[in-house]
Design a protein around this ligand. Structure first.
Ligand SMILES: [Zn+2]
Length: 355
């Protein structure tokens, strides 16, 4: 049993529906070595990923993550948090920004997050070529017991990021019949906000390239029981073939293609929630995808490209995929160990499509 790190949650008993639901996360380095903790996809970068298990105690229903969905690039040095032997670090996040806990009632929250870290020193190779050295990082899943809390009525109900950004047109498109490969091979031209002429050219090209990747993925998949059943590339990213999982994969790409051909979506460079290592972010049901600094230095096509980033973000906003694993090595490991999760993981869709 790996006990390098331990975690605690500190939760107030009561919150108001119009105020942040601030909870504190404390990690302790239980080892006798220096630890460099990767903050990405943990509460230590803010609440930008699904790090908690939240339940409505009265309805006995899980409350799913509805916050920002980020495409991350290689982490810079400042993405690592140093913990000496026995050291503790704390951070506070507003649970209500990403989980719908504003309705007055009773809830529980537990931390559930897999962290990556380097022991002893930070290997220079990890920073220089993260995708190749990512697998050298130690990993540990941190869980805490469930902590109960109560939300009392305030002046109004605060909304999650997803609730604030959900576009009713996206919901209408989702309910519309159709899906699958269409004869029309051009996407609806997007709206572009905040970009200079060079960036606008890159965005329009990436939009078309991402659409082409999605169409190619649908063609490679073929019908149920078709080429994907024995395709090693399919197995590499989505794991062992079953009809049920294939149908999910096919429906996700189909929904993305449908939305590319639906009402114009918006790409904005004016997002205020970019992280140092972000290429872009969105939220469930949003018709806006925000582009961040690393997007402009990514290649137009190929692995972790601009086109791939848009495929990644579209599977979030159009088809509700999650971020369970990032990067090619972790996504391949996920396909092998847990294909049910791989067919719900945004980077897996990006890589299968060739982006
Ligand atoms: Zn993502």
């Amino acid at each position: 049993m790996n006990t390098t790190l331990s975690a605690e949650l500190i939760v107030s008993g009561e919150y108001l529906s119009d105020r942040p639901v601030n909870i504190q996360v404390r990690l302790t380095n239980q080892s006798s070595e220096n630890i460099f903790l990767l903050k990405a996809a943990t509460p230590f970068e803010g609440l930008f990923s699904d790090c908690f298990e939240v339940n409505d105690t009265i309805d006995q229903m899980p409350i799913y993550y509805d916050g920002f969905l980020v495409k991350r690039g290689p982490p810079p040095l400042e993405s690592f948090l140093f913990l000496g032997p026995g050291a503790k670090v704390e951070t506070t996040v507003d649970l209500g920004s990403a989980y719908a806990v504003a309705a007055p009632g009773l809830y529980t929250v537990a931390l559930h997050v897999t962290v990556s870290y380097s022991v002893g020193s930070l290997d220079g190779g990890i920073l220089a070529d993260f995708s190749r050295h990512q697998s050298k990082l130690g990993k540990q899943t941190l869980s805490t017991p469930s902590c109960p809390f109560k939300v009392l009525p305030g002046q109004f109900k605060r909304m999650t990021v997803g609730e604030q950004n959900r576009d009713p047109r996206a919901q209408a498109a989702r309910l519309a019949p159709g899906g699958g490969v269409k004869a029309l091979d051009v996407p609806t031209p997007p709206n572009v906000v905040g970009a200079d002429p060079t960036q606008t050219t890159q965005i329009l090209q990436a939009h078309q390239n991402a659409y082409n990747l999605v169409v190619a993925a649908l063609n490679n998949l073929g019908p149920v029981g078709g080429p994907a059943t024995t395709d090693p590339t399919y197995a590499l990213w989505f794991g062992a073939y079953t009809d049920a999982r294939f149908n999910i994969v096919s429906a996700v790409y189909g929904q993305v293609q449908t939305n590319f051909q639906g009402p114009a979506i918006t790409y904005s460079t004016a997002g205020s929630n970019c992280l140092p290592n972000s290429l872009g972010y969105t939220s469930y049901g949003s018709t806006t995808i925000y582009l961040c600094s690393l997007f402009w230095s990514a290649p137009a096509t190929g692995t972790d490209s601009q086109a791939g980033t848009l495929v990644h973000e579209h599977t979030h906003s159009d088809a509700n995929t999650s971020d369970i694993a990032y990067g090619q090595s972790d996504c391949q490991a996920l396909a092998a160990s847990n294909p049910d999760q791989a067919v719900n993981n945004a980077d897996s869709y990006e890589y299968y499509a060739g982006g």
